[in-house]
Design a protein around this ligand. Structure first.
Ligand code: IDP
Ligand code: MG
Length: 170
């Protein structure tokens, strides 16, 4: 059993593909173990795609995942959990380049290549176990995932500021 990170990227959200993509992912019989709508700041974006920092398309990729090109400053982040979750989701997602991806895969069906060369490929999914762990820990807190996917520890922090719901005065 393993967990994998899926992001529905801003192009997927803008084009109302969420329902469709979730339906396709449900074919895997994997379980959704966590879900968040996330406003992606530059720091998170650059950490997520840190391994691509040297690529010529890096800056455009960062702006893409932050939602700057799609008027949607958010992504939908999901953790899928189950047997062989990583390869199952990768297979369904299809190849990185949507023009070369299997035409029945999610990226093959809905992705496109911009004239700049950037691949707008609708979803992200972790490529291997090491990447899944790094990415899930980047996007989720332990308490936001319903299974114990990775080892946790309890720490006590003094004077940590936290935003909470304001109590209503009667
Ligand atoms: P993956 O998303 O299939 O794991 P990565 O190599 O991790 O592929 O690249 C992350 C994202 O960067 C891709 O999903 C795609 O949006 C973009 N990308 C990757 N390689 C290229 C490229 O050669 N040209 C343009 N965009 C690319
Ligand atoms: Mg990748």
């Amino acid at each position: 059993m393993e967990a994998t990170l899926v992001l529905i990227k801003p192009d997927g959200l803008k084009r109302s593909l969420t329902g469709n993509i979730l339906t396709r992912l449900s074919e895997t019989k994997l379980e959704i173990a966590g879900a968040r709508v996330v406003r992606v700041g530059r720091e998170l974006a650059e950490k997520h795609y840190g391994h691509l920092r040297e690529k010529p398309f890096f800056e455009e990729l960062i702006r893409y995942i932050m939602g700057e090109f799609h008027d949607r400053l958010k992504v939908l982040a999901l953790v899928y959990y189950g047997e062989d979750a990583i390869p199952k989701v990768r297979e369904l997602a299809g190849g990185t380049n949507p023009e070369e991806a299997d035409s029945v895969s999610i990226r093959g069906a809905y992705g496109r290549v911009l004239t700049s060369g950037l691949f707008e490929n609708v979803i992200h999914c972790s490529a291997n176990g090491e990447e899944a762990e790094r990415e899930i820990k980047l996007w989720f807190k332990p308490e936001d995932i319903i299974f114990d996917v990775y080892e946790t520890e309890t720490v006590t922090r003094e004077s940590v500021k936290e935003v909470v719901w304001k109590e209503k005065k009667e």
